[in-house]
Structures are given as C-alpha cells and as structure tokens.
Design a protein around this ligand. Structure first.
Ligand code: C2E
Ligand code: MG
Ligand code: MG
Ligand code: MG
Length: 292
C-alpha cells in the first residue's frame, strides 16, 4: 500500500509535469512585467467576403515576444493571464493598440478596416470594461462602427444580468458584436436570440473536416441556415483549403478567415498585404475590361 502510494507520488512528479509547472512559473513571473517591458505585440488576420472578395476586416491576435522563449502564442499565456487577472490590463492594452492601429492604417492611406478584438471572461466581469472601450475609441478617434468585439458563449452565459445591459449599450453605441468559436459552448441557440449580435464565427474545429465528416457538415450547414434565418453575418474560421472555401461559398457563407487567405501578420506586413491584394484585384478588373 505504502509502496503503491510511493510509486504514484513518483509519477506525480514525473519530468513532464515538472517541466510543465516550471514553464508555467517562468511564464507567470515574466507575464507580470511583459506589458511594461513592451513585450506584447498584436498580429492581424484579415477576413474576406466570399461573394465579392472584399476584405471585410481584421482580427487582432496577441503574441508575447518572450526574451528567452521567442514568440509565445496566446494559447499558452492567455489562460494564465485569465487566472491571474493580468488579462484585465493586457486586454485594455489590446483594445487601445488595435483601435490606434486601425486609425494608423487609414492615415497611411488604406481604406477603413474594421478591427475585431477578443475579450476574455475575466475582462467581461470587470467593471472597467465599458470605460476601457470608450477610452480606446476616444483615444484613437476610431469610429465605434469600426470596432468589433469577439465574445464567447461561456462569458455571456455566466452573468446574464450584467452582460445583457453591457452588450446592449455597446451595440447602441455602434460597436459590432461577434460570437466567437460558435458551436463549442452549450447554449448557442439561446444566445443568438437574447443578444444583439451581428456576427457568428463557426469554430475552426467544425471547418477542418467539414468535407469528410458528416457531423461537421451538418453542423456547418445548420449554423449557416440559422445565420440566414436571423440575418446574421456568418464567418468561417480556420479555412485552409480551396475545397473548404468552395463548400462554404455554395452554401452562402458570408466571410472566411484562415491560412488559405492569410496567416495573422504584423501591422506593416498586414498593410502591405492589403495594398498588394487590392492592386491585384484592380489588375484583374482592368484585364477583364480590356477583354470586352
Ligand atoms: P480565436 O479568437 O478563435 O482566434 C483564431 C485562432 O485560429 C488564432 O490563433 C489564429 O491564428 C488561428 N487560425 C486562423 N486561421 C487558421 C487556420 O487556417 N488554421 C489554423 N490551424 N489556425 C488558424 P491564435 O492567434 O494562436 O489565438 C488563439 C486564441 O487565443 C484565440 O482564438 C483567442 O481565443 C485567444 N486570443 C488571441 N488574442 C487574444 C486577445 O487579445 N485577448 C484574448 N482575451 N484572447 C485572445
Ligand atoms: Mg477570435
Ligand atoms: Mg475564433
Ligand atoms: Mg476558434
């Protein structure tokens, strides 16, 4: 018995787990000062309207330029920031930076691009969120209509009495609202009925095998039908192949986002991407007119 317990203790402190908690310690210690040391950066991923080819906007995605670990993905530190509460100041920085970037691109001569910012549950529960959003808009001069907030099902369900008035106030202000990772939560349908959302993003996990897995096909088709019936914009996440895009086009999906169109890019590369893309479309248009 004692021997068994001894063995399971040894298992608990296996090198893998030890390494993981060590990494966690390193990340947590570093994350506290990451904002002040200017180590966080935003990359931006464009979304494309499937029917017209227009770029409909970009999503801001945070990364951490860690001095020793290199570029750390949000999957590794956002949950940690969420647990420690650091997501509140980090989220405030993301909002302000994304709004300022959208205005900066316009000053550089790009057409206005709507910028989407991910919110986390902890931020949503924080009383300063509305003030933070107002400050980001006022500080940058970005029109509210060019800001979109991506929320997940779990964060709105948790405290309906608080979130419904907040989301309604934001919507009345002209800010766009999107439900992110749609279909992965437990009350998707109730949400679209109760909340003033504009957009639903079909989670990448349903798009990956949408052509080969009958369940994923059925779910994607059901979300697209729901979007049509309720007059919502439907965005497919994680589109990586032309075949996936064709499937979505045939079924009237409004927008796509994914590596097929572009990976998330640093701000300068994003501006160059948009300029090149618009130029190539103009060339195609001009060639078409010459032909007729
Ligand atoms: P998300 O909001 O669902 O963002 C989409 C994720 O899918 C991004 O990962 C993006 O890089 C990735 N992605 C896009 N297209 C493709 C594709 O074609 N194939 C594959 N395999 N992946 C694709 P990323 O940037 O690592 O972000 C992960 C998650 O971290 C985000 O999921 C979001 O929940 C969270 N996150 C990112 N930035 C922020 C932030 O500023 N604040 C908060 N609270 N969460 C954030
Ligand atoms: Mg998102
Ligand atoms: Mg998403
Ligand atoms: Mg997702």
């Amino acid at each position: 018995m004692a021997k068994d317990e001894g063995r399971s203790c040894v298992r608990v402190f296996s090198p893998v787990i030890e390494r993981r908690s060590f990494e966690r310690l390193v990340l947590e210690a570093g994350l506290r000062g990451a904002l002040e040391r200017d180590e966080l950066v935003l990359h931006y991923q464009p979304k494309r309207r499937i029917a017209t080819g227009d770029i409909s906007g970009v999503e801001a995605l945070v990364r951490w330029r860690h001095p020793a670990l290199g570029l750390v993905s949000p999957a590794r530190f956002v949950p940690l920031a969420e647990e420690t509460g650091l997501i509140v100041p980090i989220g405030r920085w993301v909002l302000a930076t994304a709004c300022a970037q959208a205005v900066a691109w316009q000053r550089q001569g790009l057409a206005p691009l709507r910028v989407a910012v991910n919110l986390s549950p902890r931020q949503f529960a924080d009383e300063t969120l509305l003030a933070d959003i107002e400050a980001a808009l006022a500080g940058s001069g970005l029109p509210p209509d060019l800001l979109e907030l991506e929320i997940t099902e779990s964060m709105v369900v948790e405290n309906l009495g608080h979130t419904l008035p907040l989301l309604t106030a934001l919507r009345e202000r002209g800010v766009h609202l999107a439900i992110d990772d749609f279909g992965t939560g437990y009350s998707s349908m109730a949400l679209v009925k109760q909340f003033p959302v504009d957009t639903i993003k079909i989670d990448r996990s349903f798009i990956r095998d949408v052509l080969s897995n009958p369940e994923d096909t059925a779910i994607a088709e059901a979300v697209l039908a729901l979007g049509k019936a309720l007059d919502l914009t439907i965005v497919a996440e994680g589109v990586e192949t032309a075949a996936q895009e064709a499937f979505l086009r045939e079924r009237g999906c409004d927008e796509m986002q994914g590596y097929l169109f572009s990976r998330p890019l640093p701000p300068d590369e994003m501006a160059a991407f948009v300029t090149d893309y618009e130029l190539s479309r103009l060339k195609v248009l001009a060639a078409g007119q010459e032909g007729t």
